[in-house]
Design a protein around this ligand. Structure first.
Ligand code: GDP
Length: 140
């Protein structure tokens, strides 16, 4: 497998509970490297744009409100097979279904407040990285 880049968000439920370092350790322990990172307060416009693919879903409003309810940490992670590896470390969307040792099993509060976002495919990873980072902000 090739070296890939993926996009990650540490969500407001996790930043509020001061779990940023513990979550980044999970990425690093899995062999992923943080090659870009910024703590931001997302605007409603950014959250709606980022999650536009979910616009028709019943939870869209709730999702946007949650994502702007506090600071988030946006990151680019790099490593061997990084997209799948990040999803593996994150665990299932609903923490009740997540495997032991995953971020969502250990830290998520609910299916909505589930501590992390991670890109699901190479195309979305590239789009999501571009949505938040300039090339010169990514230092591999
Ligand atoms: P992911 O790729 O594992 O993050 O999952 P999805 O792409 O299916 O959903 C995107 C995000 O929407 C999830 O991470 C949750 O934060 C949120 N979400 C998904 N399903 C629900 C739901 O039933 N209720 C609420 N409130 N949020 C949800």
């Amino acid at each position: 497998m090739a070296i890939q880049r993926t996009f990650s968000i540490i969500k407001p439920d996790a930043t509020k509970r001061n779990l940023t370092g513990k979550i980044i350790s999970k990425f690093e322990d899995a062999g992923l490297r943080v090659i870009a990172s910024r703590r931001i307060q997302m605007t409603r416009e950014q959250a709606e744009g980022f999650y536009a693919v979910h616009k028709e879903r019943p939870f869209f409003g709730e999702l946007v409100d949650f994502m702007i309810s506090g600071p988030v940490v946006i990151q680019v992670l790099e490593g061997e097979d990084a997209i799948a590896k990040n999803r593996e470390v994150m665990g299932a969307t609903n923490p009740e279904n997540a495997d032991a040792g995953t971020i969502r099993k250990e830290f998520a509060l609910s299916v909505g407040e589930n501590s992390v976002h991670g890109s699901d495919a190479p195309e979305t990873a590239a789009e999501e990285i571009k949505f938040f980072f300039k090339d010169e902000e990514i230092v591999g």
